[in-house]
Design a protein around this ligand. Structure first.
Ligand SMILES: [Zn+2]
Length: 49
């Protein structure tokens, strides 16, 4: 049973601030509003491959 790790990168500065694990099949790309310490504010974070 494989568990994939996905990095969430800030869409503004590109920093990979968060990593999540995923074990379900998905078809849509993940977008989460999270706090970026580099930008100093909440930004959209997108998954990277
Ligand atoms: Zn940022």
């Amino acid at each position: 049973m494989a568990v994939r790790k996905i990095a969430l990168a800030c869409s503004v500065c590109g920093s990979r601030n968060y990593t999540i694990t995923e074990n379900k099949n998905r078809t849509t790309r993940l977008e989460v509003n999270k706090f970026c310490k580099h930008c100093g504010k909440y930004t959209i974070h997108k998954e990277t491959r």
